[in-house]
Design a protein around this ligand. Structure first.
Ligand code: NAP
Length: 257
């Protein structure tokens, strides 16, 4: 399997979708870097990886918005493993706010900083090493990047820009042998949505299950499987610049979520 011995740096791998990708790739024999801002969450994912693999993941506490942390994340990865084969730009969160709110501009900056600017900073640092390994990049977008969501306007715009970043970078890096793709999930059961929706979560999940053609919401493993396909040089060596939906067919419905 082409994950054996590969080095994968997955941001936001201390929770949800990122954690599931790290656990899967660790079980396939990859060296994974588990990162986020909370040491306890990192340790918990490392423990799961260790129960499935002989490889010990590297844990690095880093705030992806702090450039010195990002440099340390890359340098620590290189010091430990000497190379980087796959970068997954996954860390992110969403905020809902009215355009007329006094806090709108603050939220706008937060959404672009976490979902887009941080990706530029980290990707610029990692590309030289991906060039050496002929590796690849996966960006974590979302259905909101292609759909107008007024209350989550800044988040939608940032994810839409991430889609365009994916396409431009695919063209920029193809001559260097680096593929760049993006996944676009619908609602996936993770702490992000469970926490943000609070007691409305159960009702929301039922609504999605009614609307989505596959009659269920997504699970982190659904996204991890798609990311594994795209990151694999065996299954996706001629695929670059794609926005890959993981949405149970939701993109073809005319419903609001
Ligand atoms: N769940 C969905 O329905 C859904 C749908 C479409 C797209 N997505 C996208 O999928 C990605 C992962 O989301 P998720 O649902 O798995 O959420 P999650 O369970 O809340 O995980 C988010 C991860 O991002 C990390 N993170 C957040 N802010 C960070 C920062 N400033 N510095 C470093 N790490 C940071 C978190 O770590 P700490 O908080 O510990 O720092 C955590 O590891 C996001 O980009 C999200 O937009 C999710």
């Amino acid at each position: 399997m082409d994950f054996e011995g590969r080095v994968a740096l997955i941001t936001g791998s201390s929770s949800g979708i990122g954690a599931q990708i790290a656990i899967k790739w660790s079980s396939l024999g990859a060296h994974v870097v588990i990162t986020g801002r909370d040491q306890n969450k990192i340790d918990s994912v490392i423990k799961t990886c260790e129960s499935l693999s002989i490889r010990r993941p590297l844990g690095v506490v880093a705030d992806i918005l702090v450039e010195s942390d990002v440099k340390n994340l890359v340098n620590t990865t290189l010091k430990e493993f000497g190379r980087i084969d796959i970068l997954v730009n996954n860390a992110g969160y969403t905020l809902s706010i009215d355009f007329s709110s006094n806090d709108y501009i603050k939220s706008f900056d937060q959404m672009f900083d976490i979902n887009l600017r941080s990706v530029q900073v980290l990707t610029r640092l990692v590309v030289p090493y991906l060039e050496q390994s002929k590796g690849n990049i996966i960006n974590m977008s979302g259905r909101s990047g292609e759909r107008a969501v007024p209350k989550a306007m800044a988040h939608s715009m940032a994810k839409n820009a991430l889609n365009m970043f994916t396409k431009c970078m695919a063209l920029e890096l193809a001559p260097k042998g680096i593929r760049v793709n993006c996944v676009s999930p619908s609602v996936i059961r993770t702490p992000l949505v469970e926490t943000s929706l609070g007691d409305k979560w159960i009702e929301f999940e039922k609504l999605c299950a009614t609307i989505y053609p596959m009659r269920r919401i997504g699970e982190p493993v659904d996204v991890a499987d798609a990311v594994t396909f795209l990151a694999s040089s065996q299954s996706a060596s001629f695929i670059t610049g794609c926005i890959f939906p993981v949405d149970g067919g939701a993109q073809w419905t005319h419903r609001p979520i």
